[in-house]
Write a protein that binds this ligand. Structure first.
Ligand code: PMP
Length: 354
């Protein structure tokens, strides 16, 4: 740390992204990317846009916003496009939280939430998940603080129902509820429809998972017009051209080919069920994930050992050292072929442990 670093950031613990290794070719099941390429018209659209790199991108993301508004059945003024959904989440913390408006979230969830809070000097509290890693909805009813919940949650994969989400939103009318739907397309219920009814609800989604565009960095938030206007004020006060030309073209093309992506999500759901069953047959406990990853542990091997042994054998999964979940690994659902390699290597490791 230099002596110039602002005091307000001196204790900041930055978010640690999952490994993006360059040392060898891994079967990469550690950062929940899609194993499928973008739809056919995405690459040509990006190429055409690259020719105009000398010019700034459209700060209003006009074509992309129109396409998304049509797909989600909302007005153009009810959506904001951002540089990954990390950015819309950060904007939400900036726009709606401060010393008088603290935020709560589960103790086990997306590791970026406490970082956004610390970055903004925002007081936050964590609410323990139940023993089985489910969220106790009663903990959030009428809590009177801002709330962020990932649905499905990460890294557990467990989802709340729409009724449960609505109860939380309806019981906290003076506070903002952010529902982070990064993984919603793999089998959970989206709360986008509730944004018509509740002025305190912000739903965030991403193109990184179900839409095969993690490297392009595109996310968005959907909420009533007034909340989106607030988020726009923050965006225009930080980075008006937050979505670059190529990403904007890629996103617009992707939304026009939505069926392709929904088909891929179905394939991933099938592969998830196949992999879960195979892991259970090996004696693993696997949560009932509605996301594009599994969360699993075995009594026969520690979470960290399995992670290391798999890595030695060219398969990368995500291990977290937090106490409640250190026996688990989070395994992205790839193609059936990738999962067969993962399962074979896991069997091999377990048999060598005997
Ligand atoms: N929310 C959750 C729960 C996530 O796991 C992630 C992925 N790291 C994100 C948001 C952010 O993803 P992105 O910025 O790629 O949209």
């Amino acid at each position: 740390m230099s002596r110039f670093f602002s005091k307000k950031y001196q204790n900041l613990k930055a978010y640690t992204p999952g490994e993006q290794p360059r040392d060898m070719q891994y079967i990469k099941l550690n950062t929940n990317e899609s194993p499928y390429p973008p739809s056919p018209s995405v690459l040509p659209s990006v190429e055409a846009e690259a020719e105009k790199l000398a010019l700034y991108s459209d700060p209003e993301c006009t074509a992309l916003v129109s396409e998304a508004a049509a797909l989600f059945g909302i007005e153009r003024s009810e959506i904001l496009m951002t540089n990954g959904s990390d950015e819309i989440l950060n904007f939400a913390f900036m726009a709606f939280c401060d010393a008088d408006h603290p935020i709560v979230f589960p103790d086990i969830t997306y590791g970026f939430y406490p970082v956004f809070a610390q970055l903004g000097g925002i007081p936050y509290e964590t609410i323990p998940l139940k023993e089985d890693f489910t969220i106790d909805v009663n903990d959030y009813i009428g809590i009177g603080k801002n709330i962020v919940i990932a649905n499905p949650n990460a890294p557990t994969g467990l989802a709340l129902t729409l009724d449960e989400i609505e109860k939380i939103v309806a019981s906290n009318p003076e506070n903002i509820v952010v529902i982070d739907e990064a993984y919603v397309d793999f089998g959970a219920q989206s709360a986008v429809g509730l944004t018509k009814k509740y002025e305190n609800l912000l739903v965030t989604q991403t193109f990184s998972k179900s839409r095969s565009m993690a490297g392009a960095r595109l996310g968005f938030g959907i909420a009533c017009r007034a909340l989106i206007a607030d988020l726009c004020t923050v965006k225009y006060s930080t980075n008006p051209y937050n979505v670059n030309r190529m990403t904007m073209a890629a996103g617009t093309a992707a939304l026009r080919e939505n069926a392709y992506y929904m088909e891929n999500c179905k394939k991933i759901e099938q592969t998830r069920a196949y992999t879960k069953k195979a892991l259970e047959e090996m004696g693993f406990f696997v949560t009932d994930s509605k996301a594009n990853f599994l969360f699993a542990k075995s009594d026969r091997i520690s979470g960290e050992t399995l992670y290391r042994e798999l890595k030695k054998r060219g398969v990368l999964v995500r291990h977290f050292s937090a106490e409640r979940i250190c026996e688990y690994n989070r395994i992205t659902v790839g193609t059936r072929e990738q999962m067969d390699v993962f399962l074979d290597r896991t069997r091999e490791i377990l048999s060598e442990m005997q």
